[in-house]
Design a protein around this ligand. Structure first.
Ligand code: HEM
Length: 229
């Protein structure tokens, strides 16, 4: 196992770890959005989807633990790489060469840590029912204990919550867009004629995911869905 640890600690091993865990997290965010879009189809659809997930039982727990492990590895490796970069150049450049570096690339650690704050808040909100127990209570009250529709619509009916979720989607967009460009770089695709295509694809995929989440966060405020009473 020590060769695996040595590989992880190497510079290229860290980048490969970021690429693999990033891809897995991207898959989760995409699948999560596709499932959550059932919100727009009404309570029966969303609640049936929630029940279907819950009914997978032990499998759901395996997926949750796997997701947590991937998430932790992504964050820990990112921090190690960021520290390594700074240690490699203890004295800052006199004139920063930021011609290539975009706003997003320089703020990758900041956007990543902001997403960490979002995920913790999101779990406290919808999974553990800590921040708004009155919304969480609605989940257990109807539809055989799977009234996720009531919980989500009651939540997004509160303007501050809808705005907070919407604001984090801007951060998610920046993080995903740059993450995909870094992934292409690690895979050795980011050169010559592929670069413009990779930039466009990263922009579109990130916009699709963040835009979809944004639509859900604002769905109640925009009158796209009815709030469960
Ligand atoms: C507006 C967009 C979103 C909505 C409506 C939404 C909705 C939900 C709901 C209802 C749950 C709880 C499921 C349950 O326990 O019954 C949940 C769990 C979760 N969400 Fe989201 N979510 C959104 C965006 C996101 C984003 C952007 C991320 C990641 C960056 C994320 C990560 C998670 C995670 C990690 C869980 C826990 C999964 C589990 O343990 O089952 N969500 N989400």
């Amino acid at each position: 196992m020590s060769w695996l640890f040595d590989f992880w600690r190497s510079s290229i091993g860290g980048k490969v770890t970021m690429a693999i865990t990033g891809l897995l997290l991207f898959g989760f965010v995409l699948a999560h959005l596709l499932g959550n879009l059932q919100l727009l189809a009404g309570p029966e659809k969303l609640n049936a989807y929630a029940k279907m997930l819950a009914d997978t039982g032990a499998l759901l727990w395996v997926a949750r633990i796997g997701l947590l492990a991937v998430f932790v590895l992504h964050v820990v490796t990112a921090i190690r790489l960021a520290r390594g970069n700074r240690a490699a150049r203890p004295v800052a450049y006199a004139k920063e060469a930021t011609v290539q570096a975009t706003f997003a690339s320089r703020s990758m650690v900041f956007s990543g840590l902001s997403l960490l704050v979002f995920v913790v808040y999101h779990l406290l909100h919808f999974t553990f029912g800590v921040t708004n127990p009155e919304h969480y209570a609605r989940k257990g009250a109807g539809a055989g204990g799977h009234d996720v529709y009531a919980m989500v619509t009651q939540s997004f009916a509160v303007p501050a919550i809808a705005i907070a979720y919407a604001a984090f989607q801007i951060v998610l967009f920046l993080h995903l867009r740059h993450g995909m460009q870094s992934l292409a770089q690690t895979l050795g695709l980011n050169h010559g004629r592929y670069t413009p295509m990779i930039r466009t694809l990263s922009f579109l995929l990130a916009a699709l995911i963040a835009g979809g989440n944004l639509l859900l966060a604002l769905s109640v405020q925009l009158g796209l869905v009815e709030v469960a009473r």
